[in-house]
Design a protein around this ligand. Structure first.
Ligand code: SAM
Ligand code: DTB
Ligand code: SF4
Length: 355
């Protein structure tokens, strides 16, 4: 399989930002990466990158990053849980599964005005994308019109739109596309070989089928995973290979660190060594050169230097806002000051400026 760059590839479609010179730099950056590896990443290829000395891995990731993106920009997505808890699925990491006693207060689908006031606040604070998440196995046909209205109205505020609703049935992706949906978030979450250790109510093949339906409908894909769930480094390399070898690479790749939630089977999981997390970002950057790699859940547990290392490894996107879906994130004002101190510029609209 040939690795294809995303439709919104900032290299090929934005001459202002990337030049032949950048293409040349990318070729140089890839000098240690064989042609065969670029055509199809194997888990073994990526494991070999993981095992490089950290400074060498960061050096390669930086070169790939700078050849494909302006180095000092950051894309900010804000999240809102539009339907919380009571989910039929048994994902071992999730606070929202009805199978675990996590003490979470369930909430039915939010009203449009509540969603719009959150979206306006996110926009006014600098977010370029608004991502609406629902604790569903998949949307019921009766719920879809409400979500479609949310997508339409959030888009009308000038924000990019993203939803994460679980598995889609035939025709649903097309309806979302018609409403103006820009991105669908649907994570592979972990290596296909580890998937059944964590989830029994749906399969990895189900996830792939939804990603295909989303792609076929012409919606951009946001797909990544969670690390720190007891998987091995080999599993992490395999997850990144599986994402990188999708027929078209995801435009956005969220890398989450598990948020251990009391009451879930993974409540007592110990955090991953931070350098291993940084390696994961760097390997994702190299394997998916033109994707926006998002430093996602777990950022709130990192100090500024730890976060900065993730940016150095190639992360160029974050979840922005005090809350993720049900767990806390990073204070927005602290983020604004932090990005200023690093000289990072928040992108207004990814699609306008970079591809
Ligand atoms: N129900 C839909 C689904 O599973 O695709 C959408 C909502 S679900 C909460 C979205 C994503 O949140 C999951 O795919 C997973 O990557 C992430 N997630 C859930 N619980 C998490 C946790 N405790 N730590 C980190 N990420 C988590
Ligand atoms: C993604 O990859 N991470 C976000 C978003 N996509 C939907 C969700 C993180 C959830 C963290 C746990 C919580 O807040 O419930
Ligand atoms: Fe449900 Fe999604 Fe949580 Fe799994 S991750 S339990 S599908 S809300």
């Amino acid at each position: 399989m040939t690795t294809t760059t995303p439709a919104a590839n900032p290299v090929s479609s934005s001459p202002d930002v990337v030049s032949n010179e950048a293409t040349q730099r990318f070729a140089t950056a890839c000098q240690n990466i064989s042609k065969e590896m670029m055509e199809r990443w194997s888990a073994a290829d990526l494991l070999a990158l993981y095992e490089l000395p950290l400074m060498d891995l960061l050096w390669q990731a930086q070169q790939v990053h700078r050849a494909n993106f302006p180095a000092n920009v950051i894309q900010c997505s804000s999240l809102l849980s539009i339907k919380t808890g009571g989910c039929s699925e048994d994902c071992s990491y999730c606070s929202q599964s009805a199978r675990y006693d996590t003490g979470l207060q369930s909430e039915s689908l939010l009203a449009l005005d509540v969603v719009l006031s959150a979206a306006r606040a996110a926009r006014d604070s600098g977010a370029s994308r608004f991502c609406m998440g629902a604790a569903w196995r998949g949307p019921k046909d009766k719920d879809l019109p409400t979500v479609i209205e949310m997508v339409r109205e959030v888009k009308a505020l000038g924000l990019e739109t993203c939803v994460t609703l679980g598995m889609l049935k035939a025709g649903q992706a097309e309806q979302l596309k018609k409403a103006g949906l820009d991105f669908y978030n649907h994570n592979l979450d972990t290596d296909s070989d580890y998937y059944a250790e964590l989830i029994s109510t749906h399969s990895y093949a189900d996830r792939l089928a939804t990603l295909q339906a989303v792609r076929d409908a012409g919606i951009k894909i946001c797909s990544g995973g969670i690390v720190g769930m007891g998987e091995s480094r080999k599993n992490r390399a395999a997850l990144i290979a599986q994402l990188a070898n999708l027929p078209t690479q995801p435009e956005s790749v969220p890398i989450n660190h598990l948020q251990p939630v009391p009451g879930t089977p993974l409540a007592d999981q110990l955090p991953l060594d931070h350098f291993e997390f940084v390696r994961t970002i760097a390997v994702a950057r190299i394997a998916m050169p033109a994707s926006w790699v998002r430093l996602s859940a777990g950022r709130g547990d990192m100090d500024e230097t730890q976060q900065m290392l993730c940016f150095l490894a190639g992360a160029n996107s974050v979840f922005y806002g005090d809350k993720l879906l049900t767990t806390s994130n990073v204070d927005m004002q602290a983020d604004q000051q932090f990005f200023n101190r690093l000289g990072l510029q928040i992108v207004k609209q990814e699609s306008d400026q970079y591809g």
